[in-house]
Design a protein around this ligand. Structure first.
Ligand code: AMP
Ligand code: GLY
Length: 421
């Protein structure tokens, strides 16, 4: 099988490494890729949001399967175009990708499917903002109702800050979603979905804030681990039954079945699991940890999902133990990152590339905010954490920063799901 992976992050690097281990894969390409993906796959230049360009490349390269990593091309209909050309594609069409592309659409689907999620209100008119804020208790949750790469959300007890963020969004022409605050630890559940068939991967947790102890602004994700030692072993199945399967059925009923990876971001609250958001693709950086543990060959799974054959796939196999990924970010991230700095130690085992490129002189330099995702594995979470940080220490990038507490609370047994009452 010849597999073309579209995207250029550490998620795509992790997907490529897993595909490379599948004996059924005969060739791999990545477009546009980065300095790290170039060591596993042929590289092609590509405007990933141009459906005709992606389809042309897939045809010309004779791909048997196209895997689309990021949400923006999916929301833009790239998967529809590839499928229309007769090439199997892992990733939902534009209609189904709205589950991520519009938070209002996701809320509507959840309401119809009876899936628990935070109560919310959409504000489009600044004149209605204060009255709407009055209907919520602090802490306030203010979101951009559109794709914002994880950075459109402000959670704050400070009403003035909440109001200011909402006004910034409204001034930019973006509808604002106000949401009730959800208590309890967060979990990310990735599910392979083809129409009504849902196959969950290992639950993971990611770290959205830039700084240790969840300080500072939200980012695209600063680290992750899997599985969750503090969760019940039945959590994934429980969440499929409560959340993902009802949503998958609702999408089928609407005539826009979801095909690809449906990612439920949840809070495990005192009143039970509640959805924070859906994404229509593999999460970054959780994928880097989850795929490090997957033993079932990935290409077969993604091809089965893309061709409606998921119900025939045997139960997934996982390595024992745990995986931790730590994101190394450029100075300035999540604001404007400093780029162009040389990186050393970036070719070590477990070092996945995101914002990197190879200069003409051969040096690997930073080219984005999240530069590397460093993955460690071990017999348990503590060992995986040590492995990841040992590998982070071997990497050098001037001005870079990373969180030092990824998976720490879980290792210390400090995470509990609140109970009612
Ligand atoms: P989102 O982009 O919707 O995933 O939100 C980013 C992050 O903001 C989440 O991972 C949570 O940490 C936080 N967040 C979002 N919505 C809520 C909520 N209703 N209650 C508490 N925290 C939230
Ligand atoms: N890990 C968060 C995301 O992929 O959106």
């Amino acid at each position: 099988m010849r597999v073309l992976v579209v995207g250029s992050g550490a998620r795509e690097h992790a997907i490529l490494l897993a595909l490379a281990q599948d004996p059924g894969v005969t060739a791999l390409a990545c477009a546009p890729g980065n300095a790290g993906t170039a060591s596993v796959a042929e590289q092609r230049g590509l405007d990933v949001v141009d459906p005709a360009a992606v389809t042309a490349l897939a045809g010309q390269w004779q791909a048997d399967l196209v895997v689309i990593g990021p949400e923006v091309p999916l929301v833009a209909g790239v998967a529809d175009a590839v499928r229309a050309a007769g090439i199997p594609c892992f990733g939902p069409g534009a209609e189904a990708a709205r589950i991520e592309g519009s938070k209002a659409f996701a809320k509507d689907v959840m309401a119809a499917a009876g899936v628990p999620t935070a109560g919310c209100e959409i504000v489009v008119n600044p004149a209605h903002l204060d009255a709407a804020l009055d209907r919520f208790d602090p802490p306030y949750v203010v979101k951009d109702d559109g794709l914002a790469a994880g950075k459109g959300v402000v959670v704050t007890p400070d009403r003035d800050l909440a109001r200011a963020h909402a006004m910034t969004l409204l001034d930019g022409g973006h509808p604002v979603l106000l949401e009730a605050f959800l208590d309890g630890p967060e979990a990310s559940l990735f599910c392979l979905v083809d129409g009504g068939t849902v196959v969950p991967l290992l639950p993971a947790q990611d770290f959205k804030r830039v700084g240790d102890d969840d300080s500072g602004p939200n980012t695209g994700g600063m680290g992750a681990y899997a599985p969750l030692p503090w969760a019940s072993p039945g959590l994934a199945d429980e969440l499929v039954e409560l959340v993902v399967a009802p949503v998958a059925r609702e999408m089928v009923a609407r005539g826009t079945p979801f095909s690809g990876l449906l990612y439920a971001g949840l809070a495990l609250t005192s009143r039970g699991p509640s959805v924070i958001e859906f994404n229509c693709r593999f999460g970054d950086p959780e994928t880097q940890a989850v795929l490090a543990l997957l033993r079932t060959p990935l290409a077969g799974l993604l091809h089965a999902t893309a061709t409606g054959a998921l119900s025939g796939v045997p139960p997934l196999e996982w390595a024992e133990g745990a995986a931790v990924t730590v994101v190394v970010a450029a100075e300035g991230y999540p604001g404007t990152p400093r780029v162009g700095d040389p990186i050393t130690g970036a070719d070590g085992e477990g070092v996945l590339h995101a914002g990197t490129r190879r200069r003409d002189d051969g040096a690997v330099v930073s080219s984005g905010g999240r530069v590397l995702s460093v993955v460690g594995t071990g017999a348990d979470l503590a060992a995986a954490r040590e492995d990841a940080y040992r590998r982070v220490d071997a990497v050098h990038l001037a001005g870079s920063h990373h969180r030092t507490d990824i998976a720490l609370k879980a290792v210390r047994g400090e995470i509990t799901v609140p109970t009612a009452g």
